[in-house]
Design a protein around this ligand. Structure first.
Ligand SMILES: [Zn+2]
Length: 103
């Protein structure tokens, strides 16, 4: 969660005023008018939770799809950093590679 200040037109007092904007991920979850104090809350849970899950899973997912398609190509084209940094991913890579060789 992050907080930003923005100059917006308040929907409650209809003044141009500083607003405190609270973010959940990339979604605005709360806006507070510094002029009148009115708080607008937006329910982002339906958007935020799938987005969070996607953010967490998209990278390994893409990697594993490429891995299934052509592990040799992936091993030579990936930057070393990408494989060595997350050790769990390197373990997955070895597991998938072993399962491929066994076939
Ligand atoms: Zn206001």
């Amino acid at each position: 969660m992050s907080v930003q200040e923005s100059y917006l037109r308040c929907i409650a007092c209809e003044q141009e005023a500083e607003h405190v904007v609270v973010y959940a991920g990339r979604f605005v979850s709360e806006i507070q008018c510094a002029g009148c104090g009115a708080v607008t809350r937006l329910d982002v849970s339906e958007d935020y939770l799938p987005d969070l899950r996607q953010r967490i899973s998209s990278k390994p997912g893409r990697l594993m799809r490429r891995l299934r398609r052509d592990p040799g190509e992936l091993a030579t084209s990936l930057p070393v950093r990408t494989l060595s940094k997350p050790l769990r991913m390197a373990g997955e890579f070895r597991t998938v590679w072993r399962s491929r060789r066994a076939r």
